[in-house]
Design a protein around this ligand. Sequence first.
Ligand code: ADP
Ligand code: ADP
Length: 225
Amino acid sequence: MTELNLILMGPPGAGKGTQAERLVDDFDLPYYATGDILRAERQNGSELGRKVEEYLQKGDLVPDELIIEEVVMPRIDSPEAEDGFLLDGFPRTQRQAEALDAAMGRLRRELTAVLSIEVPDEEIVRRLSGRRICTKKGHVYHVEFDPPKHEGFCDQDGSPLVQRDDDKPETVQHRLDVFHSQTKTLLPYYEKRGLLRSFDGTRPPEEVHGHIRATLATLKLEDEL
Ligand code: ADP
Ligand code: ADP
């Protein structure tokens, strides 16, 4: 397989970012997490950051047009992504998925796999209420399930850990509703094309990682036959 064009999917808090940190190390892929990119824009006070602020705060999806044209397309069409990419948090709507297909077609490339991490809603609420992220690079922790070595600080870069605004309980349920109503329908869309690979996200992070790696190794073997 010459390219790995991967998508991580799943409800908020499924463990996409947690797995991405590991997959980026394994495969040396450029990693595009649309939520991280938008939060960084908001922090910089850029025009894009101002446009998306209210959506982020409420846990609503930002308009398709913005995320497609200003966030994702310039990145997958850039030299660093020529040999592959790992997308996290995109696509989240049918229109975004179709825009991605069209772009891949234009670039004469194909998606390799959609990695879906499955976790029931009750567990999501537990995870997001304890999630902490580092202020520098967005590295992910959990106060109970994955605590840092020094409370309140990132193991990787020492920056302070914070709770995301949208991880407060009142916004979490809304984000889950948005996932169920707008994003989940993309799973059958990819399944029909034979791209979907599903993982039990309730297993410990190392185990989920092992399953994803094994699946990617199998895909690679099939490709070489
Ligand atoms: P989580 O890690 O909980 O799955 P993200 O960090 O991916 O959440 O996204 C945070 C917020 O950023 C979303 O609630 C939404 O407002 C916005 N966002 C991220 N990706 C997209 C997208 N593809 N389309 C629309 N909005 C998005
Ligand atoms: P997403 O990117 O899908 O929103 P994260 O990777 O940020 O999800 O994980 C959400 C929270 O759940 C974090 O606090 C993380 O430490 C924790 N977490 C991630 N994977 C697991 C797992 N397999 N078991 C228990 N907790 C997990």
